[in-house]
Write a protein that binds this ligand. Structure first.
Ligand code: PLP
Length: 421
């Protein structure tokens, strides 16, 4: 009996759960056979994947290195210390907490650390490119705190620091949040800090999308400017799915207490080890080159789409993402997403600022270049992909044309494999 029980723990996935094994195979094939332009996604290295799928998943380690509530933490302590010291060096941060399970957890923990229920917060409007956790009424950030939002300029769709300042003076928030999910331009962190300082408010900068650029030194670093910086580790930073908080030393204790025991129990030590691996990769010169290509590819995509008559929100990009207003093409964001999905081109529908259409079928789509760049594609491929998207939208009622586009997508995917065989 004992032997039988033990045997179960040694079985392969294929043997113990063929249904899930098949799903994994199918998803791998889907990733291989499609052009992924989802701006918030990326492809991690084999090393990150290995750490993530490791025996560290078996370990409980509530607490922090050298101060745990469980025995046997010697090795995971070492992994967490490495993750922390590498992140500190990458972002010139006084203190880093690598335990948040996600970007959402990182934001909520930061609010817990700084605010009381009902306090006023002000973040970027969700429909202008902000994130749910920046005060949306359907999220805990908007239901537990009194939330207000600022938007982008009506004509340029750019953030205008004077307009943000006006709104802040009217609202008098205790916390201002800068950062976005769908905004393709640099954000003036120092301008935000001046506004916060004038009001005696905290400034939180959420770099979920742009952390990779900041680590690579290609975007200004908000860590020395803001009170708190939150990030995801899985987007441009190309690490495992997760979050982190970076801050000045004076906030170390309140932040750590807010994460554990404030809102989480045991940290995911396998993910923390994978974060450490990703931070090490991000310190290599190859990572800078990678992010330079991510940016060059986004710019090439933006240029090609503009040449094809597409209307880009803010007219271009300083980041990995391009926001396309499809109104002048008489196709909605949902229609574009659904049609392109059928051709194995993966994009997401997205609201554009002051959108006349609803959130479920908005006027825009968001495109991003991190995954395709990880596959080795460059500006030439971006031009071709812009043309394929255009041909697909223009020929959406022509099945023969769509079939030819799908075949070309397939051959591009073969030319730039996502995974080695
Ligand atoms: N903050 C921003 C700006 C984001 O774009 C996202 C996710 O897309 C998050 C936070 C939340 O990250 P997660 O999905 O890991 O909770």
């Amino acid at each position: 009996m004992n032997e039988k029980v033990k045997a179960v723990s040694m079985q392969s996935l294929q043997f113990s759960d063929p249904e899930i094994a098949t799903i994994l195979d199918e998803e791998k094939k889907r990733q291989q056979d499609s052009l992924n332009l989802i701006a918030s996604e990326n492809m991690v290295s084999g090393a990150v994947l290995e750490a993530q799928g490791s025996v560290l998943t078996n370990k409980y380690a509530e607490g922090y290195p050298d101060a745990r509530y469980y025995g046997g933490c010697f090795f995971v302590d070492h992994a967490e210390k490495l993750a922390i010291s590498r992140a500190k060096e990458l972002f010139a941060a006084g203190h880093v907490n690598v335990q948040p399970h996600s970007g959402t957890s990182a934001n909520i923990a930061a609010y817990l650390a700084l605010l009381n229920p009902g306090d006023r917060i002000m973040g970027m409007n969700l429909s202008h490119g902000g994130h749910l956790t920046h005060g949306s009424k359907i999220n805990i950030s908007g239901s537990h705190f009194h939330s207000f939002s600022y938007g982008v300029d009506r004509d340029t769709f750019l953030l205008n620091i004077d307009q943000v300042s006006e709104k802040a003076l009217e609202v008098k928030p205790k916390l201002i949040i800068a950062g976005a999910s769908a905004y393709p331009r640099l954000i003036d962190f120092e301008g935000f800090k001046e506004i916060a300082d004038d009001l005696g408010a905290y400034l939180l900068v959420d770099i979920a999308h742009t952390a990779g650029f900041i680590a690579a030194g290609l975007h200004p670093n908000p860590v020395p400017v803001a009170d708190i910086v939150t990030a995801t580790t899985h987007k441009t930073l190309r690490g495992p799915r997760g979050g982190m908080i970076l801050c000045q030393d004076k906030y170390a204790s309140v932040i750590d207490k807010a994460v554990f025991p404030g809102m989480q129990g045991g940290p995911l030590m396998h993910i923390i080890a994978a974060k450490a691996v990703a931070f090490k990769e991000a310190k290599s010169p190859g990572f800078i080159t990678y992010l330079e290509f991510v940016l060059a590819n986004a710019k090439a995509l933006a240029r090609a789409l503009t040449d094809l008559g597409y209307d880009l929100v803010t007219g271009g990009t300083d980041t990995h993402q391009v926001l396309v207003d499809l109104s002048n093409k008489y196709v909605s964001g949902l229609e574009a997403e659904t049609l392109l999905d059928r051709l194995n081109i993966c994009v997401n529908k997205n609201a554009i600022p002051y959108d006349k259409k609803g959130a479920n079928d908005p006027s825009g789509m968001r495109l991003g270049t991190p995954t395709l760049t990880s596959r080795g594609m460059g500006p030439d491929q971006m031009e071709e992909i812009a043309s394929l998207i255009d041909q697909a939208l223009a020929g959406r009622h022509n099945p023969k044309k769509l079939e030819i586009i799908k075949q070309r997508v397939g051959s591009l995917c073969q030319e730039f494999p996502a995974y080695s065989k």
